[in-house]
Design a protein around this ligand. Structure first.
Ligand code: SF4
Length: 917
């Protein structure tokens, strides 16, 4: 077995991993003890990466060969690289001649390595001459970029992970860090243990695990962050907590801002944000009085039509109180994706250029043109993510090349996104996974390598660049993303009769060296770095200019900022209510966000059944008071309807939600959640509902605030099929079931299991489905033939069909009355012998067999510990909260591996008597 150094491909914390492999098999993964992001730790997602690389799974979900189709409606057929790339170069050359360079667009990804990003950016801006290249990082970080640039002058997070241990106050805003960045959250837990005086303030409309564990939770109304930050600054001014000398020496624009925040009185802010004045005062005092305040923030600030203002208002607060440029302090934006930072560094977006240069700056364009050896870089800004799809829908962009991202899952207002994908003259999808919702729209599918197969670099949230090494050979005919772009570019150069000079790369290191040269003299200067240094001395932070002994841990310690005059700029921010506001017709504010164990559209994490143990199926979370008023019970189906579309979902009572607010995890797209749709419009999961309202500066859409109405879905007929499936067939089964889900008003399909793989399909409708459809589904689950035990009551529309193998349940289908679901599922999961149940197996009774106790929800997915086991053990323990946690960890081992479940276990301890503390 060999161990290969790489990084986790999920979030922007950028944990180092050691991939354990033998030949073409990944056998395991462990945290890299030498990596400064995680020092060996991994969360529930990172520690199961090897399961996602399982070859039995990979051979079912991967795109392995180039494919293309003659015309729309025809199936794609296997082809070869030369034919496909020649065909694409010809199509591009024709379209460019007829319609100009802006008739094509590239939609790329924060999952790409820096080298991939660099080549695509150069292809679009240097060879083709269009700035129509944008990234899914637009959905994630562009407000953070705009906020940093407007205030500090450069897109550079000034703090580092070590600052968590040095802070006196940690201000977490719009981030459920415990779920979204678990390894960083472990550092916060460590810091609290080391310093009992450390104060943690969490600002979040939801009472998430992160918020509940904070010393102070400000459950603000969605979108009121700017009012909060301006209000805190108002108090800091009033109580003389601002640093006048620092403001005078190192900033500009404070006088104007001071005028604005004068109006943000505690009474006004408390009312606007829906919090108490006392909590507001406490937050401002802790923030301003502390020797070191560190803000950690993420999509709650960024995914907003006023995301840039939210970022800037928070940075204003740091500048005014001098909570920046010193140990333990600073505004620290946490990156969502693993290499959103690298993409920003190479300028792989519609408004950026290589080396943190600006497209709008003529001198910057000239510098990049000179670096690349092209006459010019086009000046007109390109289309950003949502705008690019709108331009496709309007016929302005004719060819769309999508790389390593799944817009048919992740972009808002899916009905329009799908219309754009239908309208495009040519859709190219460059992907590792053939299973995403976007792939069916591909006229050309280009198979790409993925985690464990790629070599290059990534940059994490704290500006730290890591080398990523390949542990496996490229499977099938997959190619690296930078290689595909390079091969295509060379063919296009020939057809456009341009000199073949722009893409001389044979290795990722050659690409990276060119990127490095483009950073000379810039804020992110890495001219002192090399692949060799990264390999021999480990990951390094930028800037790291030529001659430096190392990277810079913390920025702006000298009070000199990356602006023309070296002064930071206060931005005069005013609060604007959310664009898609609630009203009498759409009375609920819909928020979206992450689950603990899933990642984005789940193309990778969705192939690991174990990661569904924590949250098994889609649902919308709602406050108990709202459910009671609407006579809803957990599990009831509801129509969730926004101004853009509708999606049916089960409702789930949640103590995290305030009245008037609901929450759907961002992960549930068409791949797992489906149905016929409503009012003549199809439903494609959560982003059927979300809003495409854009921030005016960052062009980031408002994914976290959409007005919706919620009505009970009267769908009396229910259907459920679940069973074990051989691992080498499970994902093909799921894909075969996907089109059938559209036959029902509501349907979802998710995997389950641990050592074995199971698939569960749930459906509902207002009438019984056609027997042929149900038979088709049962056949796919293997429920056919003489071995199947059957109960059918055609008059009542009830059926129970059970396949028993080796004395245990192998697969079950229930139609009509599905009330036996919980115990039949438990019997199947536990592989309980069923011979003793006799006729009970088929009796139309709702009661479970005597002595049956449902196992409940798995809390610790690493060690497979369920909530029922934790509650039963807690009942036998006494002591303080810390002692109870230690007792549970000793007896059940829960929370002793990756630690991602510890906040939830603490919540169970807090609620153990049913009364929240
Ligand atoms: Fe991966 Fe978890 Fe580390 Fe993020 S915190 S990089 S998901 S292991």
């Amino acid at each position: 077995m060999t161990e290969t150094k790489a990084t986790c491909c999920y979030c922007g914390i950028g944990c180092g991993v050691l991939i354990q492999s033998e030949g073409q098999q990944v056998l395991g993964v462990r945290g890299d003890p030498a990596h400064p992001a995680n020092f060996g730790r991994l969360c529930s997602k990172g520690s199961t990466l090897h399961l996602s690389a399982n070859s039995l799974v990979q051979q079912q979900v991967r795109a392995l060969y180039p494919e293309m189709r003659g015309s729309r409606g025809e199936p794609r057929l296997r082809s070869d690289w030369d034919t496909v790339l020649q065909h694409l170069a010809g199509q591009f050359a024709r379209t460019l001649r007829q319609h100009g360079p802006d008739s094509v667009g590239f939609y790329i990804s924060g999952q790409l390595l820096t080298e991939d990003y660099y080549v695509f950016n150069k292809l679009a801006k240097g060879l083709i001459g269009t700035n129509n290249i944008d990234s899914n990082s637009r959905l994630c970080m562009s407000s953070a970029v705009a906020g940093y640039k407007q205030t500090l002058g450069a897109d550079a997070p000034p703090a580092c992970y070590e600052d968590i241990a040095l802070a006196e106050v940690i201000f977490i805003v719009g981030s459920n860090t415990a779920y979204a960045h678990p390894i960083l959250y472990r550092r916060i837990e460590d810091a609290r243990l080391a310093n009992p005086n450390l104060k943690v303030i969490a600002v979040d409309p939801r009472r998430t695990d992160t918020a509940r564990e904070a010393d102070l939770h400000l459950a603000i109304q969605p979108g009121t962050d700017v009012a909060l930050f301006n209000g805190m600054l108002h108090i800091c001014l009033w109580e003389e907590l601002v640093d006048g000398a620092y403001i005078a020496a190192h900033t500009e624009g404070f006088a104007e801002l001071k005028q604005t925040v004068r109006d943000y009185t505690p009474a006004y802010v408390a009312q606007t944000c829906g919090i108490t004045e006392a909590d507001l005062l406490q937050a401002a005092r802790w923030f301003g009085q502390s020797k070191a305040t560190l803000s950690l923030y993420c999509q709650g600030l960024n995914q907003s039509a006023s995301g840039t203002a939210k970022n800037a208002a928070l940075i204003n607060l740091h500048l005014a109180t001098h909570q920046i440029g010193k140990p333990g302090a600073g505004p620290f934006s946490l990156t969502g994706q693993p290499n959103a930072m690298g993409g920003r560094e190479v300028g792989g977006m519609a408004n950026l250029l290589s080396g943190h240069r600006d497209l709008a700056n003529a001198a910057h364009r000239a510098e990049v043109a000179a670096l690349w050896g092209v006459p010019e870089v086009p000046a007109a800004p390109g289309k950003t993510a949502v705008e690019m799809f709108e331009a496709v829908r309007l016929g302005e962009i004719k060819i769309l090349w999508i790389v390593c991202t799944n817009p048919a899952q992740s972009l808002p207002e899916q009905n329009l996104i799908r219309a754009a994908l239908e309208k495009a003259e040519l859709v190219i999808v460059q992907e590792a996974y053939a299973s995403t919702a976007t792939v069916p729209y591909a006229d050309v599918l280009l198979p790409a390598t993925t985690w464990a197969e790629k070599s290059g670099t990534v940059t994490n949230s704290e500006r730290r660049i890591s080398r990523v090494n390949a542990a496996l050979e490229q499977p099938g005919e997959c190619r690296h993303d930078w290689e595909i772009a390079t091969a295509f570019a060379r063919k296009l150069e020939a057809l456009l009769e341009k000199p073949a000079t722009l893409f001389p790369y044979d290795t990722p290191e050659q690409v990276w060296n060119e990127h490095r040269a483009s950073t000379r003299g810039r804020d992110l200067d890495i001219t002192g770095l090399s692949y060799a240094i990264l390999e021999n001395q480990g990951p390094q932070q930028w800037p790291y200019p030529e001659g430096a002994a190392g990277g810079k841990q913390r920025l702006y310690e000298d009070g000199v900022f990356a602006t023309a005059n070296g002064r930071a700029r206060f931005v005069n921010t005013a609060y604007q209510p959310v664009k898609d506001a609630v009203d009498a017709r759409y009375p609920f504010a819909l928020n979206t966000g992450r689950l603990r164990d899933q990642w984005h559209g789940m193309s990778r994490s969705g192939t690991v059944p174990q990661l569904f143990a924590h949250v098994a199926e889609p649902a919308i979370a709602m406050a108990r008071s709202d459910m009671e008023r609407r006579f809803l019970n957990s599990g009831d189906l509801v129509h969730v309807t926004s101004r853009r579309g509708s999606q049916i979902l089960p409702v789930q009572e949640s103590d995290e939600q305030r009245a008037g607010q609901v929450f759907i995890p961002m992960h549930w797209g068409e791949e797992f959640l489906s149905g016929r749709g409503h009012g003549g419009q199809a439903s494609y999961g959560v982003n059927t509902l979300t809003s495409p309202a854009l921030d005016p500066s960052s062009r980031q859409p408002e994914l976290k605030a959409a007005a919706v109405k919620i009505l009970k879905a009267e769908l009396p007929w229910r259907f459920l099929a679940f069973g074990w499936v051989p691992q080498e067939q499970a994902w093909r089964l799921q894909q075969a079931l996907r089109p059938l889900l559209r036959e029902f008003a509501y349907a979802s399909c998710t995997p389950f299991g641990r050592e074995k793989t199971g698939i569960l399909l749930r459906a509902a409708d207002d009438y019984a489905a056609a027997p042929e459809l149900l038979q088709k589904i049962e056949t796919l689950f293997g429920i056919h033939g003489a071995e199947v035990l059957r109960y059918d009551d055609a008059r009542r529309g009830n059926a129970r069909h059970i396949l028993v193998k080796n004395g245990a349940l192998a697969a079950v289908s229930l139609a009509g009355d599905i009330s036996a679901e919980s115990w039949l599922k438990a019997y199947l999961l536990e592989q309980e012998p069923v011979a003793k149940l006799g006729r009970l197996l088929l009796m139309p009774s709702t009661s479970a067999p005597q002595g049956f106790k449902p196992r409940g929800k798995v809390v610790c997915s690493c060690l497979n510990v369920a909530d029922t086991e934790i509650k039963a053990t807690l009942a036998k323990l006494d002591g303080s909260a810390d002692q109870l946690l230690a007792g549970l960890q000793t007896r059940l081992k829960c929370g002793t591996n990756c630690g991602s479940c510890v906040p939830e276990i603490k919540k169970m301890i807090l609620f153990r008597d049913g009364v929240p503390a």
